[in-house]
Design a protein around this ligand. Structure first.
Ligand code: NAP
Ligand code: MG
Length: 402
């Protein structure tokens, strides 16, 4: 069989620990035998980030802006223990945070739905994609513990010195106050990313806030989304038979529970933080969640939602067998290759991604899966595979169907 040719390289961001091991296995077994792979390689493994003073992370983000599509392996976000373990020069920032800031992007998380791993919510038949706004609100708050009686005010001083004031509360005793903010620029980027991704994945878009209570703050989010929808996306949504739908967060939660799935749910920062954990655990497993960062200019970075699976890595280093689930990392590769194929008009690359994903699902549906899935499946005829056996089983299935 002739290998599929690529024209534009993918930005390849390698990572850490068990996912770095899986990364190489996926390339060797599932990608390189079938594709004449072109990538611009960036090693975001912690050792190399440390050697380059984290410049490699910035370079990889810049390359993504230039080339348009990236695929990323999970990486360690250093904490005190990692600084010690890897003898780091300093506690480098989260690579995901750095890349997200550089691309001004929004993260969309979607579960991989497969027969035999049933969602806790019976009527969910299709994935629910969650889009979380990743700037501001309570994540950039300023707080004061009020010790006793006094007046708390909200003060805005304009560039020309004029002040606007609002009384927050006349305290009669101790309490707490909090100041939060967001910007039109960030909300606008969030809105563009959401509308673009809805068109891209041909799914309806829901957006919810608490605008009935937060009549200025949350209402601004609602207005910006509506203005951008009306001016830039309405025509295309209507042509494609898609719907943009705004509703109060309470109503959204009720509707999500009763839905069949198959849409994108955009949330403010806090709502998205909380709801994404609910959606992912209700769908089954973090190892079956994909994640894609979409910038308002239409740049894409694909990855798995889980971390580097440190516990399995230490077992692997000790020479013990592991059964680590590679599905989300395989789907990061297929997501990136499909997008590259679409952008460059290479149908064979798009079909390859479709077939490989089908091979993964059919492998699991034939009862062959890693331990994490064996523990939660509704099937009783399971063959538990180790990390490498699973990837090899997917290859065999791919070769049967391709
Ligand atoms: P984790 O790597 O997601 O793993 C937590 C646990 O979840 C694992 O110990 C394992 O449970 C289970 N698990 C996760 N992915 C799995 C998979 N593919 N197959 C089978 N089981 C899986 O989270 P963590 O241990 O909290 O974090 C480890 C490192 O990852 C940290 O240094 C963190 O900074 C980093 N991290 C990176 C990203 C990213 O790059 N996007 C995201 C999150 C965390 P059992 O041990 O019970 O088998
Ligand atoms: Mg959370």
């Amino acid at each position: 069989m002739e290998k599929i040719q690529m024209t534009t390289p993918l930005v390849e961001m390698d990572g850490d620990e068990m996912t770095r091991i899986i990364w190489q296995m996926i390339k060797d077994e599932l990608i390189l035998p079938f594709i004449d792979l072109k990538t611009e390689y960036y090693d975001l493994g912690l050792e190399h980030r440390n050697e380059t003073d984290d410049q490699v992370t910035i370079d990889s983000a810049e390359a993504t802006k230039r080339l348009g599509v990236a695929v990323k392996c999970a990486t360690i976000t250093p904490n005190a223990a990692r600084v010690e373990e890897y003898k780091l020069k300093k506690m480098w920032k989260s690579p995901n945070g750095t890349i997200r800031a550089a691309l001004d992007g929004t993260v969309f998380r979607a579960p991989i739905v497969v027969k035999g791993i049933e969602p806790c919510v019976r009527n969910w038949k299709k994935p629910i994609t969650l889009a979380r706004h990743a700037y501001g609100d309570v994540y950039k708050n300023v707080e004061i513990r009020v010790p006793g009686a006094g007046k708390a005010e909200l003060v805005y001083t304009a560039a020309d010195g004029t002040e606007t004031r609002e009384v927050i509360n006349e305290f009669k005793g101790a309490g707490v106050i909090q100041g939060i903010h967001n910007t039109d620029a960030s909300i606008t980027s969030f809105a563009h990313s959401c509308f673009k991704y809805a068109i891209d994945t041909k799914q309806n878009l829901w957006f919810s806030t608490k605008d009935t209570i937060s009549k200025t703050y949350d209402h601004r989010f609602k207005d910006i989304f509506q203005e951008i929808y009306d001016s830039d996306y309405k025509t295309q949504f209507e042509e494609m038979g898609l719907e943009y739908f705004y509703t109060l967060i309470d109503d959204a939660v009720a509707r999500v529970m009763k839905s069949k799935g198959g849409f994108i749910w955009a949330c403010k920062n806090y709502d998205g933080d909380v709801m994404s954990d609910m959606i992912s655990s209700a769908f089954g497993s973090l190892a079956m969640m994909t994640s894609v960062l979409v910038s308002p200019s239409g740049v894409y970075e694909y990855e798995a939602a889980h971390g580097t699976v440190q516990r399995h890595y230490y077992k692997h280093l000790a020479g013990e067998e592991t059964s680590t689930n590679s599905v989300a990392t395989i789907f990061a590769w297929t997501g990136a290759l499909r997008k590259r194929g679409e952008l460059d008009g290479i149908d064979a690359l798009v079909s390859f991604a479709d077939d490989l994903e089908r091979a993964v699902l059919w492998t699991i549906e034939s009862g062959r899966m890693t331990k994490d899935l064996a523990l939660i499946t509704s099937r009783d005829d399971v063959i538990v595979l180790n990390t490498e056996q699973f990837i090899k089983a997917v290859r065999k299935k791919y070769e049967e169907i391709a």
